[in-house]
Design a protein around this ligand. Structure first.
Ligand SMILES: NC(=O)c1ccc[n+]([C@@H]2O[C@H](COP(=O)([O-])OP(=O)(O)OC[C@H]3O[C@@H](n4cnc5c(N)ncnc54)[C@H](O)[C@@H]3O)[C@@H](O)[C@H]2O)c1
Length: 322
């Protein structure tokens, strides 16, 4: 099997590439990434010499380049995106360009090729918006709150339209919040771990009671691999773990792992339009035979260990961007 992975130098994409190359010695992976602030080739240092791996620096909106690459692959997995909600609130232009126009360019090229077996769109639970009780299923209407979530919702709708109109074999995968090694240190878990390592306070939004379902990145990567082999074109699949936690709970757990108390928390003004609770139901995926296997607390410990061991990897990035 030959993959084109876009955005593979980022957090989930790099974990996905490493997983695929380790699990399937015969699979080949091309990683197309334009290396924004969030893309870092050091995330894939350990596989860069693998004969089944090739990196190409380029933008997913470059149709000429995509036309060349699409001939060489069976499966396209689109991780490439602008991903940080706070950045989308400050300036959403790049989110429209990559998340909508970029997905459109990939779909346009995909519709002109005969050999593509699957187009996997990596989406997010944020497209459904906030829910007070219960959990969204795949057929629920989209109600995104942030420009980031709206741009991802638009990409999902484009994928669906290209499946219906042109029979592009799309699968949309909507996962909950990921955490784990190689995450850019602007999202809450790596930000708070690295802040502690730098002796800085932890800026917690609002009352800290915003609730998310948290999945270890390797469980999400397992789900994506599972769906590539067992999913059906034209379908949408939610991916979630069983861990619904408030930001405050996570913050206190991180502090506990460092033997620190809550005086390290600095409550800050809430994010505009901050969704209170995300929750999605992954029964559809689980009924096919997938379930999460990583324990939250142990995975958090593994994540803390990774950030302690890889200070060189994140310190320079953090200094440049904050
Ligand atoms: N991180 C999460 O918790 C989470 C949860 C659900 C869904 N997702 C989705 O998963 C995907 C990956 O998220 P992540 O957290 O790994 O993101 P990330 O920000 O760590 O990585 C994004 C990658 O895309 C690349 N990229 C951006 N614009 C590009 C372009 N125009 N052309 C080529 N490459 C480009 C960047 O250089 C970077 O390597 C995204 O689509 C995101 O919406 C993430």
């Amino acid at each position: 099997m030959r993959f084109l992975v876009t955005g593979g130098a980022g957090f989930i994409g790099s974990n996905f590439i490493r997983y695929i190359l380790q699990l399937y010695p015969n699979y080949k992976v091309i990683n197309l990434d334009c290396l924004t602030y969030a893309g870092n080739l050091k995330n894939l240092k350990d596989v860069e010499k693998n004969k089944n791996y090739k990196f190409i620096k380029g933008d997913i909106r470059n149709i000429t380049l995509l036309k060349k690459l699409i001939k060489k692959i069976d499966i396209l997995v689109n991780f490439a995106a602008q991903t940080h909600v706070d950045r989308s609130i400050k300036n959403s232009k790049e989110f429209i360009k990559t998340n909508i126009e970029g997905t459109w360019a990939l779909l346009e090229v995909a519709r002109l090729t005969k050999n593509l077996k699957l187009f996997v769109q990596i989406s997010t639970d944020e497209v459904y918006g906030s829910i007070q009780e219960g959990s969204f299923i795949e057929t629920d209407p989209l109600n995104p709150s942030s420009p980031y979530a709206a741009s991802k919702a638009a990409a999902d709708l484009l994928c669906n339209a290209y499946f219906v109109t042109y029979k592009v074999p799309t699968i949309i995968i909507r996962s909950t919040n990921n955490f784990g090694p190689h995450q850019f240190p602007e999202k809450i878990i790596p930000l708070f771990i690295t802040n502690i390592l730098e002796n800085k306070k932890l800026p917690l939004y609002g009352d800290g009671l915003n609730t998310r379902n948290w999945i270890y990145v390797l469980d999400n990567v397992r789900a994506i691999d599972f769906l590539i082999h067992k999913g059906q074109a034209g379908e949408i699949y939610n991916v979630s773990s069983d861990e619904e936690l408030t930001n405050l709970f996570i913050t206190e757990m991180i502090l506990k792992k460092f033997n620190l108390d809550s005086s390290w928390i600095k409550y800050v003004k809430d994010r505009a339009g901050h969704d209170r609770r995300y929750s999605i139901d992954s029964t559809k995926l689980r009924s096919l035979g997938w379930k999460p296997i990583y324990d939250f607390e142990k995975s958090l410990e593994a994540t803390i260990y990774w950030y302690k061991k890889n200070i060189d990897l994140w310190k320079r990035l953090k200094r440049k961007k904050f």
